[in-house]
Design a binder for this molecule. Sequence first.
Ligand code: HEC
Length: 261
Amino acid sequence: MKRTIKTLVAASLVGGSAATAGAYFGLVNVGADDPHLPAVYAFLSMARDRSIEVRSRDIVVPDLDNQELIRAGAGNYNAMCIGCHLAPGVAETELSQALYPAPPNLAEIGVDGNPAAAFWTIKHGIKATGMPAWGKSMADPYIWGMVAFLQQLPELDAQEYRALVASSGGHQHGGGETDMHNHENQHGTPGDDHHAGEMAGASHHDAAAADHHGGDLASADHPAGETPGASHHDAQPAAAAPKPATKTHTHADGKEHVHAH
Ligand code: HEC
């Protein structure tokens, strides 16, 4: 028995050192365009699923059939999530195609049969995957709104999806605001990075999200330095020269996009 334990300890020390040495010499390719080996992928998926299952076991799920909750969730989902997770009538985006692991298409899987797990995932995010911890900027009732909405999403067609979003009153940020366009003093800390996530959610390819900040352009209550309505392609440093009327952006595949302002 003692001998077996010694052998096991020695073997794991050798294995551990070999893995550490390999990593130190750069053998691990962290590139998002280089898929994991199947065994590594299976291990990481198992670790993620079990981690979420165990942590969401005791979460008490509220009434998810509440129409107001579903409506609020639709506006927030449309503003913050479709860039990665898509929606009915929304074409694939650069983010949805290029992230690894790939964001699941939530228009198809909804809450994936487990609303408590979806709530936990949205609130806490998933390390090193691109899935943000929305609980840093959104209170629980707003996250439940998105869970309630996601439960309905696979049943919606593009028209029903757009109608629900239009009826939602837009993006609510999640701090209990009454005036959705007044961004001032509503985030915990100055320089709060909430808007970084928002940009990712509001890709310029998504017609449904195109007018997300449309109303903001007209209002003057943005904190200084924030570019109202900026998409992730045209965020510019404050010192940049005056903006041209349009901006052309060329993709690696040679396709050109012209951004109107
Ligand atoms: C920048 C991209 C990105 C954004 C924006 C994003 N997510 Fe995710 N999300 C991901 C990725 C990637 C995963 C999968 C991670 C993995 O496979 O481990 C994920 C996983 C999830 C899951 C788990 C799905 C399942 O059943 O496996 C849910 C639920 C989810 N996201 C909801 C949301 C909601 C709601 C929003 C908006 C508030 C959002 N996400 C915004 C990238 C994103």
